[in-house]
Design a protein. Structure first.
Length: 399
């Protein structure tokens, strides 16, 4: 059965997810859009994607796409879908979705109309007038944007960022999919040492260890579609066996995480154990501004406080200044994720490159320092302040 899949992503991660599908999943029909990536495949593809994608939010099956300017059009087109191929007589099939810029604009009425249409279709097939919905959950999602409706099945259940290893977290956790994206942007594969001096609940270090060890992101959790009768059980067992076979069990890496808060380091150790990578990471309790960065080699990945949920903005900026003095001149390649647009000013150095990413709903930038020589921020400011207007030849003097 050929299926069309859609993976929603955090904004800024579409290209990374597309690369995961092309190069790791060896898929050819991959197309990235704003906030989502489409591809085609079969049940084996579905299981592989849920288990292995590190930066996607979930895996959806797109069942239909059509124009709907009123409830009659919506009802008729939803009714045409062969729901009986997916939903058993006892299965639960809740409906949720969103609407934007469309003539149909009532979310509750739209949910009710889609549900009614599905029920009518299933009544005609199963010959019953009431559905208990006590079996497996087949979550239906819809999107109506600019009068174009799309109908999906959610195969993942809980979002893919919920790996299963982080039952507890600190006050400002970094989403797992975003932590993995930071590692992938830097193309780190475990050859160099890696340090996260603000480890929090250990997410960056754990995701790095899983990437280096080739451990599937979803290996410690389950997915809604595993309970669907339409998918043979061996599809999932084979996918999990292949994932286990791919793990580099004897590999060793230099991965370090530290935090000034002892409770955070203890939490990181516990989470690493749940993820199965505790033997690959060393966690310690240290002040990030007092670490000796100068005599180290490798990479720094960090999500320091940026005044959104931990500290206020002034405290965060003082921390950036101290961090810049400690780490700015080192030979380490450094990657910092923060929503503070003045990070470079307070860190003291101009980033070699920036990439816009979203930590949940918070717009952030990934500040990347990977060139051997650092550009001091004050020199850049002085250069900008003395820069002459471009069109000085024809400009008029004003006295």
């Amino acid at each position: 059965m050929k299926l069309e899949f859609c993976c929603p992503t955090l904004f800024g991660l579409e290209g990374i997810v597309a690369d995961e599908l092309r190069f790791e999943g060896k898929l050819e029909d991959v197309r990235a859009e704003n906030g989502r990536v489409f591809f085609t495949g079969d049940f084996n593809t579905l299981a592989w994607a849920n288990l292995n994608l590190r930066c996607a939010e979930r895996v959806l099956i797109r069942l239909a796409k059509f124009k709907a300017t009123n409830f009659e059009e919506l009802f008729d087109n939803v009714y045409k879908i062969d729901w009986e191929s997916w939903i058993g007589v006892n299965d639960a099939f809740p409906v949720k979705g969103h609407i934007l810029g469309s003539k149909i604009n009532s979310l509750p009425h739209t949910q009710a109309m889609i549900k009614k249409s599905i029920v009518k279709r299933l009544e005609s097939v199963y010959g019953v007038s009431w559905f208990e919905e006590v079996g497996s959950k087949v979550q239906i999602q819809f999107s109506i944007m600019n009068d174009i409706a799309e109908i999906f099945l959610d195969t993942s259940g809980a979002g893919l960022h919920k790996r299963g290893y982080r039952a507890n977290s600190n006050a400002a956790p970094l989403r797992e999919t975003l932590a993995a994206a930071m590692i992938k942007v830097a193309r780190w594969r475990g050859r160099d040492a890696l340090l996260d001096p603000f480890c929090g609940s250990g997410t960056i270090a754990i995701e790095a260890a899983m990437i280096a060890q080739r451990r599937a992101a979803g290996l410690t959790r389950r997915f809604d579609a595993e309970k669907w009768d339409v998918i043979p059980k061996e599809v999932w067992s084979n996918a999990r066996k292949n994932a286990l076979d791919n793990i580099l069990t004897d590999a060793k890496f230099e991965i370090y995480g530290s935090d000034i808060d002892k409770e955070c380091t203890e939490l990181s150790i516990a989470n690493a154990k749940k993820a199965g990578v505790n033997n690959l990471i060393q966690f310690t309790t240290e002040d990030a501004t007092k670490i000796n960065y100068i005599n180290r080699s490798g990479l720094v990945f960090a999500n320091p406080p940026y005044g959104e949920r931990l500290m206020d903005i002034d405290e965060a900026r003082k921390l950036y200044t101290l961090l810049g003095k400690a780490a700015g001149k080192s030979d380490l390649k450094q990657y910092y994720l923060t929503s503070d647009e003045e990070f470079e000013k307070h860190f003291g150095y101009i980033a070699d490159k920036k990439r816009k990413l979203y930590n949940g709903m918070i717009k952030c930038d990934l500040y990347m320092y990977f060139k051997p020589e650092r550009k001091p921020f004050k020199n850049q400011m002085a250069k900008n302040s003395t820069r002459q207007p471009r069109n000085t030849k024809n400009s008029k003097k004003i006295y």
